[in-house]
Design a protein around this ligand. Structure first.
Ligand SMILES: N[C@@H](CCC(=O)N[C@@H](CS)C(=O)NCC(=O)O)C(=O)O
Length: 226
């Protein structure tokens, strides 16, 4: 169990990227952590990709993000999210729902990788992807939010890591799609967009977003339609 005096550190670039899925969990839980952003410089020894020695790490980490919890270092975004959500009590209570959270995080990584693969595609190819595979992905994120009447969150009608990581995913989509976010996301998938709005209104998430803005921690990826 995480204690109040626990030390947390996030090793990642000064950008949202893959670390943002963990940072939002700290934000919701109101837990402070240190940001270490010189991952290719003075912190490069933490990463085998940047010359770190596997034998000198508590368990080898290839590339950022990594988090430190006291003396434990954990790598790989999906595992980091599972670890932080467990320690900060942001997993749903039902065990199967906890596995579904893992599925959601893996889905997010898959869509992000697919979209990254379209960095050099034309506007037409991107629009076609959004209408076909993109829409299928979004259906998959949207549908579980429409199962119950007055459903507010994915699991147990209580905000969990699932809602938080999907919110970061939607914010990233908003950044990438710009003026087309409404057409491809908010309008066809209202439950999904309303989840994002609900999460963004939570007091600790408002603070988290203000801090992100103040720190100028931005999304750094190709914007499709600008
Ligand atoms: N599967 C890993 C991927 C990690 C990754 O690709 N990190 C990028 C930044 S988002 C990086 O710095 N890569 C450097 C490298 O692979 O040399 C995760 O999800 O954490």
């Amino acid at each position: 169990m995480a204690k109040h005096e626990d030390e947390w550190e996030v090793f990642y670039y000064h950008e949202t990227g893959r670390a943002e899925y963990a940072r939002i969990l700290f934000g919701e839980a109101g837990v402070s952590y240190k940001e270490s952003t010189d991952v290719r410089g003075k912190e490069a020894n933490h990463f085998v990709a940047f010359g770190g020695k596997p034998s000198e790490l508590n368990f080898p980490a290839f590339a950022p993000p990594t988090i430190r919890h006291n003396k434990i270092y954990i790598a790989q975004t999906n595992t980091i999210v599972r670890y932080v959500a467990t320690k900060l009590h942001l997993l749903p209570s039902n065990e199967i729902d906890q596995f579904y959270c893992d599925v959601l995080m893996a889905n997010i990584q898959d869509v992000n990788a697919e979209m990254y693969g379209k960095s050099k595609a034309t506007d037409e190819e991107r629009a076609e992807w959004l209408k076909t595979r993109g829409a299928n992905w979004l259906k998959l994120f949207n549908e579980p939010l429409t199962r119950e009447k007055n459903q507010e969150y994915y699991f147990g009608n209580k905000c969990s890591c699932a809602d938080l990581i999907v919110t970061v995913f939607l914010q990233r989509l908003d950044f990438i799609l710009g003026k087309k976010y409404g057409e491809f996301v908010a309008k066809p998938f209202p439950a999904l967009h309303q989840l994002r709005e609900r999460v963004e209104k939570r007091p600790n998430i408002q603070k988290f977003l203000e801090e992100r803005h103040k720190a100028k921690r931005n999304f750094v990826t190709t914007q499709w339609f600008n």
